[in-house]
Unconditional design. Structure first.
Length: 506
């Protein structure tokens, strides 16, 4: 009852006129910030941080949190309409969102993304409200072995993303891991894999640069090649009745992905330094593994849109939990929010709930309100997004190219990355021509920088003994499940070969 009373007070605080206005403004700005390639929630919150000094601290953090929420919704829009991930958190949405749009079902994809985002956000807020102290202690118990075991589990789900051609999938994962290793070694500080001593490689390969190159430039080249220069436009229709029907269809076809994404995304989000991107990618892989029709993923399955969208919104709330309860940011965006709180004279940590209950519960109450208005604003702008798809591809292609170039440059402000992005786009086009799966490479470059240092730190802790991943109470079960998932596709291939050889002998 105490929690309900505190939450009621927090909701009343969030519904104060100034806070409500800032929430609506924040989620609207966040929506457009999220859909702009290369911008994303991190840059958006950082750019708008100085504006918040004009309002009280509680209103300021509510405004920035609303931007964060809106950006999580907005990242899916350019992924679906243009095939360019608006942010790294929306890369997995491209896998099935773009094929749905190309089939004339952009409205279904956009509605599914909005509904899944709302469901994921709602589930995570409820979990946050009810179990904040307990979940914070669980997150704190995750050391290097546990985080590496979780990354290994994520890699285990990648094997299923490349179809039945396991060698090509493994090669794709290895390419991603190589790209992830470019730059300075985090532990020794030595430069590695710096091609031809080009200084641009010293800062590593930015994930968003690779994602925009692969799914922006590469997708554009692929579409131009398949249409052979014909003037094409995507069939896209929308009506109020259609949105209602799409909402029902998204719930029927995407409930599994929404459920997986909501809980898995929140769990990954509360882990320090993990964030929404790994959560969305892992949720997509797990949803495909648990699907009765895994072959439909990548071809335009609404469940493939629902899982990552529910996950990235759930993880965005989850990443707030270690920031508020432990003073440890759970994502790059919450690191900026943490800095803002310190500037405003608020000290995040275990005592914040006791010393500043009005602030904490006002912020939690704003999560509920922001999530609702983000859904309303998103659905309201769907006609505009649908209109974009009615343009001929001969007009869209130059727009995609320009947005990709601007997005690639905005990510790091380095022309080296623009040329790198163009190279990734060309490479992705040719790899797709030879039926190499691109998703595992893109996913590997996200988790590689997390998996490698945690592996090395774990082995340093155990003096090189790999049993550290099996004899710890949390890392052990996760590692065993990951090994089983890795072996299952191999057993399937062996079984198919044995059955085919048996038929030949018969």
């Amino acid at each position: 009852m105490d929690i309900l009373a505190l939450l009621s007070g927090g909701l009343l605080e969030a519904l104060q006129p100034i806070n409500l206005l800032l929430i609506i403004l924040g989620v609207t700005l966040g929506l457009f910030i999220g859909m702009m390639p290369g911008l994303g929630s991190v840059n958006g919150v950082a750019i708008l941080l100085p504006i918040t000094f004009l309002v009280p601290p509680a209103s300021a953090i509510i405004f920035l949190a609303a931007i964060y929420y809106g950006a999580m919704y907005g990242g899916a829009i350019s992924s679906i309409t243009l095939g360019i991930p608006g942010a790294s958190t929306a890369v997995a949405t491209t896998f099935d969102g773009r094929p749905l749009a190309m089939k004339g079902k952009a409205s279904l994809a956009l509605v599914t993304a909005a509904v899944a985002s709302f469901v994921g956000g709602t589930v995570s807020i409820v979990l946050f409200t009810a179990f904040a102290p307990l979940l914070a202690s669980v997150a704190l118990s995750f050391g290097s072995p546990e985080i590496f075991a979780l990354m290994l589990l994520a890699f285990a789900t990648f094997v299923g993303l490349g179809g039945d051609d396991i060698p090509k999938t493994i090669l794709s994962i290895c390419l991603g891991l190589v790209f992830a290793a470019v730059g300075f070694d985090e532990i020794s500080g030595a430069p590695r894999l710096v091609f031809l001593d080009i200084s641009g490689f010293l800062h590593g390969i930015n994930f968003l640069v690779l994602a925009i190159g692969v799914y922006g430039i590469g997708e554009m080249l692929w579409t131009l090649d398949t249409t052979r220069g014909k003037i094409t436009s995507t069939e896209a229709k929308m009506s109020l009745k259609g949105i209602v029907a799409d909402t029902k269809q998204s719930l029927v076809e995407g409930w599994r992905g929404m459920t997986i994404g909501s809980f898995l995304g929140f769990f990954v989000g509360i882990l320090p330094a993990a964030g929404a991107t790994p959560g969305s990618l892992m949720s997509y892989g797990v949803a495909k593994l648990m699907s009765k029709k895994p072959e439909s993923y990548g071809q335009g399955n609404p469940d493939g849109v629902a899982a990552p969208e529910a996950a990235n919104n759930s993880a965005s709330t989850g990443s707030m939990l270690p920031m508020l309860t432990l003073g440890i940011p759970g994502s790059p965006t919450t690191a900026i929010l943490l800095g803002g709180m310190v500037i405003w004279g608020l000290t995040p940590g275990p005592r914040l709930f006791a010393e500043q209950p009005e602030f904490v519960w006002g912020l939690i109450g704003s999560f509920y309100v922001s999530n609702f208005f983000a859904l309303v604003v998103n659905l309201s702008f769907i006609p505009l997004f649908i209109w974009m798809l009615r343009m001929p591809f001969t007009i869209l292609a130059p727009m995609i190219f320009v947005l990709s170039i601007v997005g690639g440059y905005a990510a790091t402000k380095d022309m080296h990355d623009v040329w790198l992005m163009l190279g990734f786009g060309l490479s992705a086009f040719f790899l797709r021509k030879f039926d190499y799966p691109l998703a595992p490479a893109v996913l590997a470059i996200v988790l590689g920088p997390i998996a490698e240092p945690t592996l090395r730190q774990s082995l340093l802790l155990s003096s090189g003994d790999p049993m550290i991943f099996l004899n710890r109470p949390i890392a052990g079960p996760i590692t065993v499940i990951a090994i089983i998932l890795i072996l299952l596709p191999l057993l399937k291939v062996i079984k198919n070969k044995m059955s085919s050889s048996g038929m030949k002998n018969a």
